[in-house]
Design a protein around this ligand. Structure first.
Ligand code: ADP
Ligand code: NI
Length: 214
């Protein structure tokens, strides 16, 4: 039987190859950061690190947003990969991958296992703070979205379809990024989210000031 360390190693190499060069915010380095953050939170929260690491590594292997909103594609690809390695935790890992994505302010999030909560917190932390701001503008640029339009008001999306349509990148802060702090699952994640949230608030304050010639 293949050892856990070998399975993680092979998975990291595989994901790096598949995702390198992505310009929509789902590049290998996003996965790398989520992996490291999930290890850190998982350790503090005493979660099963093998499951946490594999789910973190495979969580964006196929983005549901790029597959007509189908969130089962990623977990299918992950399952094939894990089965090829004979990794016995495949079911749990795929369950996490299928359920961690943010799909709109008013779209209810499925119940997650402790390991799922850890990976979701790590993924969400990477959407916040300095890196989160960079990723939002990278995503907006890739989609051809406006940076900001004062006439376009943010909305609390009630369905994944509406959320997918997007708006301006500044609206994305109200529609997702500023909501994350109060939706963290773990005490460790919550503590880390605070400074990143404050940084985004400061950033937006400056942004609106400069918009008006300040
Ligand atoms: P994650 O990898 O955290 O699950 P997503 O797959 O939802 O994030 O999106 C990738 C990145 O792009 C995230 O940083 C997210 O906040 C950002 N993003 C998603 N939708 C938009 C949007 N409409 N405008 C700007 N940024 C967005
Ligand atoms: Ni992600």
């Amino acid at each position: 039987m293949t050892s856990s360390a070998t399975i993680i190693d092979r998975t990291a190499n595989h994901v790096r190859t598949v995702l390198s060069g992505d310009g929509t915010g789902h590049d290998w380095w996003h996965v790398y950061r989520v992996w490291k953050m999930a290890q850190r939170i998982g350790q503090a929260e005493k979660a099963d690190l093998f499951v946490v690491e594999l789910a973190a590594l495979l969580h964006d292997i196929a983005d549901w947003k790029l597959h007509d909103g189908d969130s089962t594609v990623g977990s299918k690809i992950a399952r094939d990969w894990l089965d090829s390695l004979d990794a016995h935790i495949s079911e749990h890992v795929c369950q996490i991958i299928a359920n961690i994505s943010f799909k709109g302010a008013k779209v209810e999030s499925p119940t997650l296992s402790q390991e799922g909560k850890v990976v979701q917190d790590a993924d969400r932390l990477d959407a916040m703070g300095a890196i989160g701001i960079a990723r939002a503008f990278a995503y907006g640029g890739a989609k051809g979205q406006a940076i900001y339009d004062p006439a376009c008001k943010p909305t609390e999306h009630g369905t994944a379809e509406a959320y997918l349509k997007g708006g301006t990148t500044i609206n994305h802060f109200c529609e997702k990024l500023l909501l994350l702090r109060d939706r963290m699952n773990t005490a460790t994640g919550r503590a880390m989210a605070e400074a990143r949230h404050q940084f985004m608030e400061d950033y937006l304050r400056r942004f609106y000031e400069e918009w008006e010639g300040g």
